[in-house]
Design a protein around this ligand. Structure first.
Ligand code: TEU
Length: 604
């Protein structure tokens, strides 16, 4: 432990030269000192209270939320026009997926200028107006921190290409081949090798590293001046009044600087880069403590990380009182399929598997800190279509899933459209997709011998574009999202019936149910319990039932979601009180009878 702290502090020391950093990290790689991240464990069970505790968060995908200027793409003024909608829903933290300058090869996750707004979304003045108007409504804005990589259009990378010996070239991983082969055999997340010839130097033996698309060169976190640039950028936004960041793909910053590669996991002789990331995951800790100390901590900023595969031993470093993040998303259900990176190899994740994975994650986090429960995000298909049995892919199913999402322990994130029960969009041809990952997976499926129809069917289950189709506001043209002739991505087929306007005054709608759940979570009587209360798994009684308790200081609330196609009975106390249910639930002599595809919240 003492050694870990020593390493942490020397690596974060400003005096350490880049060369020393390289040497220390290389030693770590060689000796595999995985315990490095086990420093700063939480020592007691009381939890330090934070401003964001007890709040419900909402993710906006700016390209698809609301288009104010009729160009077919959502924008900041569109978001401003919907702030009252968000306030009315009860959300107090809004995460914007990237709105920075970008060529949009990966929809803004390829940033060419970290300190400017892309003109497609508006101007910095628009952004400042959004911050101010959100604040007036008690809403904090968090941005997306994409710092494992930038865009190949970023001036740093352009300079590196112009002169591979310049200062900016050190911000990237530029390597020569090894024995006539690529520097290693890792496969990028979006297909093909992680190595690409350095543009402008095609005749030379120079490759740069990109874990994602080739237009997303990885940044070299082992070079201290680069880290300082990134920290300055984070502080620029925090100083401006941004409340924090969602932190993108962050575990990938750890690299083995000898680039040894891994045994092949596919016929292409390559191995998925995410396996290397998983192997090195603890090593990112050093940099993340440094980032927290120099940016988030002094601003009391919120950091919500996209961190896959965090093990129990390291969890306190991530989300404990002294952890380097405020909280991380719970990807435990999603991870069940991350083992099969090609879409065509996916295994259906039924709600019982979802329950097992999420309950295990809740148990792990209970004594340590908060996770962020999600049903879906911009990288996933709609959860109602993905995890629920066919008979429950309905507004009733969406409501029951909502109760689980909003009332689990942690800070729930609602992804735009989830609150009206949006399902997957029907894509009729590969040409209707936009996402580079969808296109790559289509190709991979065809190469593996699937027919075009089979490959399309798989995309209709797995594609990230399901979450990215425009928000459905009303039944007018383009669902009220945009007045353009054509929107950047197709509009969901059911928008005439499935939209905000159709639900907002209907007390039985999915939207109204979300509002009731959020209001219950924040009600004076239950706020402490839903914020700080322990999670306890309850007996599932049937495959497709998701039941849990929240417990604080002798007060207990049961949340039971029944996704079966028949009613289930559940024993509670004789004097229990039903706080909320999505359908009429019987409570007689201490037994609840919950109808098919319904949920109930009961105080015992
Ligand atoms: O995602 C990182 C990540 O690991 C995912 O790409 C995941 O493996 C993939 O979506 C599965 O389909 C983040 C962003 O959320 C994503 O939108 C970006 O494409 C990616 O980083 C690169 O920045």
């Amino acid at each position: 432990m003492a050694q870990d702290l020593w390493l942490s502090s020397i690596l974060s020391s400003q005096q350490l030269s880049p060369l020393c950093t390289y040497i220390v990290i290389a030693l770590l790689n060689i000796f595999g000192l995985e315990s490095l991240s086990l420093s700063k464990q939480k020592e007691d069970s009381s939890m330090e209270k934070k401003w964001w505790h007890g709040k419900v968060a909402y993710q906006i995908y700016p390209k698809s939320f609301c288009d104010s200027n009729g160009d077919g793409v959502g924008d900041i003024q569109g978001i401003i026009s919907k702030l009252d909608y968000l306030k009315d829903l009860g959300v107090e933290i809004v995460w914007l997926s990237p709105c920075f300058k970008s060529p949009f090869v990966d929809q803004g996750y390829d940033i060419s200028d970290y300190q400017d707004i892309d003109p497609i979304f508006g101007t910095m003045e628009d952004f400042d107006e959004l911050l101010a108007k959100a604040k007036e409504r008690g809403i904090s804005i968090i941005l997306d921190l994409v710092i494992n990589h930038c865009s190949s259009e970023h001036e740093w990378f352009k300079k590196a290409c112009a002169d591979p010996n310049c200062e900016e070239a050190k911000y990237f991983f530029i390597k020569k081949s090894k024995d006539g082969k690529l520097p290693d055999n890792l496969r990028s997340y979006f297909g093909g090798s992680v190595w690409e010839k350095l543009p402008g130097h095609e005749d030379e033996d120079l490759y740069y590293l990109h874990y994602f698309a080739k237009q997303q060169p990885d940044l070299n976190w082992y070079y201290e001046p680069l880290r300082e640039k990134l920290f300055d950028m984070i502080n620029f936004w925090l100083d401006k009044g941004v409340a924090g960041f969602r932190v993108d793909a962050i575990m990938n910053i750890a690299k083995d600087l000898s680039f040894p590669g891994l045994p092949a996991d596919g016929a292409d002789g390559m191995c998925s880069a995410n396996k290397m990331t998983a192997k090195l995951s603890d090593q990112a800790a050093t940099f993340l403590y440094e980032m927290n100390d120099k940016t988030f901590k002094p601003h009391d900023g919120l950091s919500v990380a996209e961190a896959f595969g965090v093990n129990q031993e390291s969890l306190a470093n991530y989300i404990g009182d002294n952890g380097f993040f405020s909280t991380i998303f719970d990807f435990s259900a999603r991870e069940l399929n991350e083992k099969y990176p090609a879409y065509y190899r996916y295994r259906p994740v039924t709600i019982d598997k979802w329950r097992e994975a999420v309950f295990a994650a809740q148990n792990r986090a209970n004594p340590i800190g908060f996770l962020c429960p999600i049903i879906e995000n911009h990288d996933e298909p709609r959860g109602v279509s993905y995890y629920l049995p066919t008979h429950a892919r309905t507004p009733d199913g969406a409501k029951a899933f909502a109760a689980v999402n909003v009332l689990l322990r942690g800070m729930p994130f609602i992804y735009q459209g989830q609150e009206i029960g949006m399902t997957n969009t029907k894509f009729n041809s590969i040409y209707e997709f936009d996402d580079l990952n969808a296109k790559d997976n289509y190709k991979v499926a065809l190469e593996a011998g699937l027919t075009e129809t089979q490959a399309l069917d798989i995309l209709n289950i797995e594609s990230r574009d399901h979450a990215r189709t425009p928000m459905l506001w009303d039944d007018s043209k383009n669902a009220g999202f945009s007045s353009a002739a054509v929107t950047w991505l197709k509009v969901h087929q059911d928008y005439h019936k499935l939209n905000v306007a159709a639900q907002k005054d209907d007390p039985n709608s999915v939207l109204s149910f979300y509002k009731q759940l959020i209001a219950l979570r924040k009600s004076p009587e239950y706020k402490e319990l839903f914020t700080y209360g322990d999670f306890q798994a309850l007996d599932p009684v049937a495959d497709y039932v998701v039941p849990f308790a929240r417990v604080l200081d002798g007060k207990t609330v049961y949340v039971i979601a029944n996704f079966e196609d028949s009613p289930v009975s559940y024993g509670v106390n004789a004097d229990s009180k039903i706080l909320l249910s999505s359908k009429e639930v019987q409570l007689q002599d201490g037994t609840l009878t919950i109808p098919a595809v319904a949920c109930v919240v009961v105080a015992l």
